[in-house]
Ligand binder design. Structure first.
Ligand code: I6G
Length: 670
């Protein structure tokens, strides 16, 4: 029995050591953070229950990182520790109780509360205000010298500015790759057929640990301070919060979300608020850190083996989890696009249970080297559709995924035009799947908004051959509807009323409802406002279409091709004959707002307002806010550590605004 426990603990330690090697040395994790945390927790529980097997070199007692031979080694003068964790309000209460017991304290404690960035911890040493050394945390005692690489990070000052700077000062913080830059980097990697990064943390770690600092310089990294190590010949404030503000005053970046809170109640309120903000932050965070604010109390509390007693991290729900790929289905979309969809062993991730995830196209399956039966890592950041980001190495027994050559619905040939990622069913409106999708899209909320015409009803109507095109909806009768599944007389009557109701619409919604390839709601609105009438849009040639915002060569070609098809013309005529109409648009209406017609791109980190606020303020004044810089961009607003978008704007000669200039334009005082 005891032997069995010893073996269990030993195997668990070896397993965690392999995870550590993959994560810290190779920058290529093979399990999710959530799974890693579960295994560490299990090991600690076993060691607590069987203290006779506890050892100081157990991965439960060490920081985890290692030092690569490729870099020179730096011994930290003060160890760089990690943090303990709490996972609930109860565990936070227990953490506070332990502190109160040690301090013999009964008063409410004051905490400095900071977001926990998901990046790579580093130490910066400044001597006489000059940056002289940067090192990774490594195993907490010895780290890697990454000074050359860190000096390429744009928001790290090489010289501190201001008064009372200690003669020698160590600043600790986290290097991250901002989320927007991570996506841009991966997109570029995909077009260059090179490998992207699995997540922003890996991107930051992989970029910082490059042997050639020219490569690091090309990566959009940013740094945020969270604490101080060595202080020689200098007096700093007696509060952690004030010390962070002092770092900011000397020119070191700190996160905007730092606050001071009282007691568990204040901490939990800050947790809830930060969790809500999570999806709008420019960097990825995996939790919040509560730190006793009073430095004297911190000193009194001291450290346990690997973490301070005066701080703990409260983890957010995991955004990555692992599960099994059970099968792959091939869906046929509105335009015939064949999308492989992963069928997953249901898994709770990012606050929801995920059982399906789009695999986009055949290239994505190839890129992930995916096989049925493998364990995969699913990522679901808040409000973002779930994605498979990695397939873990598996066994031989797994099955290859065969991309079909004929449409699974209508059995027409599937074609993939050279140079295009998407394969399409060639069946057109002969394909029931495409017909169903076209009708669902027509009825959808942003288009004709037909209440009660859900997915299941459309599928039955097409399968029963009661409708073939959106125009057929307007000839439906109660007698046809009532026999459908879950359709009583009242529901049928409501649906018929909704169908009648939708006839009063707008030109933009009608254009959107037609389902022209790559014409979404913004483009449909731009087309309506530019041409004012349906006839004018139908008559437009490629050149005139390309004058419209958002419309490039490819979209213009899709529009012309769509209106040229006889069957599309027949459907449009039938819809108009059924009574669909919209109010006339006057040219004046479309020019009412001061920034109408101007396209802005926001890049980098804004420090006094977040991107969403800036976007909404610009849109309220009529501007269009785009995600990418092109010749059609009028202004680029560049915040801190702006990267490739700023470079592109400069290359294209586009006006670049600072955050101050933007605030000035918007007439906002912060
Ligand atoms: O690893 C860490 C991440 C963030 C930290 C940390 C932190 O504060 C926001 N704070 C401390 C005190 C330590 N590690 C040891």
């Amino acid at each position: 029995m005891t032997q069995a426990i010893a073996t269990k603990i030993s195997l668990l330690r070896q397993k965690i050591q392999i995870y550590n090697h993959n994560y810290y040395t190779l920058d290529a994790p093979t399990v999710t953070d959530a799974e890693y945390d579960r295994q560490i927790k299990l090991l600690r529980e076993l060691e607590d229950k069987h203290p006779e097997y506890a050892t100081t070199d157990s991965p439960s007692q060490t920081v985890g990182g290692v030092v690569l031979d490729a870099f020179s080694k730096v011994t930290h003068e003060l160890p760089m520790l990690s943090l303990g964790n709490v996972y609930s309000a109860t565990e936070l209460d227990e953490f506070i109780e332990r502190i109160n017991n040690r301090l013999n304290n009964t008063a409410e404690l004051c905490f400095c509360v900071e977001p926990k960035l998901d990046g790579l911890a580093i130490s910066l040493i400044f001597e006489q205000g000059k940056l002289v050394q940067a090192a990774t945390r490594g195993d907490g005692t010895v780290g890697e010298d990454v000074t050359h690489n860190v000096k390429t990070i744009k928001n790290i000052p090489h010289t501190l500015q201001g008064d009372n700077i200690p003669l020698r000062l160590e600043v600790r913080g986290e290097v991250v790759m901002p989320i927007a830059d991570f996506h841009a980097f991966n997109k570029l990697a995909q077009t260059n057929d090179s490998k992207g990064f699995v997540n922003p943390r890996n991107a930051a770690a992989g970029s910082l640990r490059q042997l050639d600092s020219n490569l690091t310089a090309q990566r959009p990294l940013a740094f945020y301070s969270y604490g101080i190590g060595i202080i020689e010949q200098g007096d700093l404030a007696d509060s952690h919060y004030k010390r962070l503000q002092q770092l900011k005053a000397w020119g070191l970046p700190i996160t905007r979300e730092i606050t001071r809170e009282t007691g568990a109640k204040g901490c939990i309120a800050a947790y809830t608020q930060l969790l809500e903000q999570r999806s709008t932050l420019p960097y990825e965070i995996d939790g919040i850190v509560y730190k006793i604010d009073d430095i004297a109390l911190q000193e009194q509390l001291g450290f346990v083996s690997r973490a301070p007693r005066w701080a703990t991290a409260h983890k957010f729900p995991a955004q990555e989890e692992q599960t099994q790929l059970l099968d792959v289905e091939f869906q046929v979309g509105r335009t015939g696009a064949i999308t492989p969809v992963a069928i997953l062993q249901p898994v709770f991730v990012g606050g929801v249970t995920v059982s399906r995830a789009s695999l986009h196209n055949a290239d994505e399956i190839q890129r992930l080297q995916l096989k049925i039966g493998q364990t995969v890592i699913i990522r679901r950041a808040a409000d973002v559709i779930p994605q498979i980001v990695q397939a873990l190495p598996g066994t031989q027994a797994e099955k290859d995924i065969i991309f079909p050559k004929i449409c699974p619905v209508c059995h027409s040939e599937i074609e993939r035009i050279e140079g295009e990622a998407i394969a399409r069913c060639t069946g057109g409106l002969y394909c029931a799947a495409q017909r169903k999708e076209a009708i669902k899209y027509f009825a959808s909320r942003k288009a004709m908004n037909i209440d009660g015409l859900g997915v299941k009803v459309v599928e039955q109507l097409v399968d029963e051959q009661l409708i073939n095109t959106p125009a057929d909806l307007f000839t439906l009768t109660a007698e046809q509807l009532i026999p459908l599944e879950r359709m009583a007389a009242k529901k049928a009557e409501n649906l018929l009323t909704a169908i009648q109701h939708c006839k009063q619409t707008t030109l933009a919604k009608f254009i959107l409802a037609l389902g022209i390839r790559e014409v979404g709601d913004a483009t449909a609105k731009n087309l309506a406002e530019h041409f004012l009438t349906l006839d004018a849009i139908q008559a437009a040639n490629l050149e005139t279409l390309e004058k419209v915002d958002d419309v490039g060569k490819i979209v213009a070609q899709h529009i012309v091709t769509f209106f040229r098809q006889v069957h599309n013309q027949e459907v449009i005529q039938a819809l108009l004959a059924a009574g669909i109409h919209w109010p006339e648009i006057s040219a004046k209406e479309t020019q009412a707002l001061p920034l109408e017609g101007k396209t802005y791109v926001l890049t980098g980190t804004l420090t006094r307002m977040d991107r969403n606020e800036a976007k909404q303020a610009l849109q309220a004044l009529g501007a269009k806010v785009s995600g990418s810089v092109s010749k059609k961009t009028d202004y680029v607003v560049a915040g801190e550590s702006a990267g490739s978008k700023l470079t592109k704007a400069q290359e294209l000669g586009i006006d670049v605004l600072t955050e101050d200039e933007l605030l000035n334009l918007l007439d906002i005082q912060y």
